[in-house]
Design a protein around this ligand. Sequence first.
Ligand code: HEC
Ligand code: HEC
Ligand code: HEC
Ligand code: HEC
Length: 192
Amino acid sequence: MVVLRFLGILILSLTLPAISFAAGGHDGLNCTGCHDIHSAKGPIIFVVPENKKSLNPKTNQPHATTTALCLGCHETMERGGLGIKAISSHISHPYGVAPNPKVAIVPEVFLRDGKLECVGCHDPHPSNPYHRYLRVETAKGAKMAEFCALCHSAKADPRVLKEMKVFDSMDQRKVSLAPAPAAPEAAPKKKK
Ligand code: HEC
Ligand code: HEC
Ligand code: HEC
Ligand code: HEC
């Protein structure tokens, strides 16, 4: 198990030089870096198992699925991850929380089952062009205040309060990169 983890890190670190030239850290993962087509370890055919070691400090339970999958890589090895840009819940912005409205009013689009998870702020797919895979455009972080203001408007200069376009890779119907090929039955009938 531990050996496998080290192997994982080795493989990932070997691919890092390529990754760092890509537009974002996930582009080099090339789909199968996260989804293992036939021998997956977790839900949504994930390549790493859900991190059950890193507990939600609020509930003392493992995190919800998508967050546990992110933490399968982005947590220290002691806390069940692969040590890639580890997010430690002791020093991180809260996640896995149902927002206390005195602290944050979170638009519905950022919530999963009423909670703010990693995927509330990030959309991890390589199709996401934004800085750090954030779900809104922040001009490489220069407009971070606009992002924070989406949920913490009481803290922000009112001039930065803007409606921002939210990126969402999770509804295939919203994308029409290429016209879908006509279904066979819809194609004009050839004469018999
Ligand atoms: C960094 C890891 C990562 C990479 C790389 C990645 N995915 Fe995902 N994928 C996820 C996560 C996490 C979810 C769940 C997201 C959510 O629930 O918002 C997901 C969800 C999906 C789903 C939807 C599953 C469902 O049940 O609705 C599809 C389809 C998918 N990914 C395909 C791809 C394809 C194709 C690529 C490459 C172009 C890719 N993914 C690259 C992490 C990744
Ligand atoms: C299979 C391992 C893996 C999983 C799972 C994974 N990531 Fe990553 N992630 C990486 C790697 C590798 C990098 C690039 C690290 C580097 O550049 O040092 C990265 C980088 C990032 C970055 C920084 C991107 C940048 O442009 O600098 C963000 C943000 C991120 N991941 C968020 C997430 C979120 C959110 C999830 C879950 C939805 C997730 N990751 C799941 C491997 C993973
Ligand atoms: C409240 C929104 C929010 C939540 C929730 C959130 N992040 Fe982030 N994350 C950010 C922002 C903003 C940045 C960019 C910080 C910067 O560039 O200064 C970031 C940066 C990152 C990075 C890149 C760090 C680096 O050193 O380059 C990773 C990896 C990442 N997040 C993963 C995660 C994971 C995994 C989760 C869930 C466990 C998560 N994030 C939850 C907002 C969030
Ligand atoms: C998508 C909504 C959302 C965004 C965007 C967001 N936050 Fe939060 N923030 C929350 C939620 C939810 C909490 C937890 C509220 C609670 O305690 O229930 C929180 C809590 C906090 C806290 C209190 C942390 C603590 O430990 O008590 C700070 C500080 C904070 N956010 C700063 C920021 C900053 C800075 C940004 C921008 C970089 C940001 N937030 C972006 C939703 C968000």
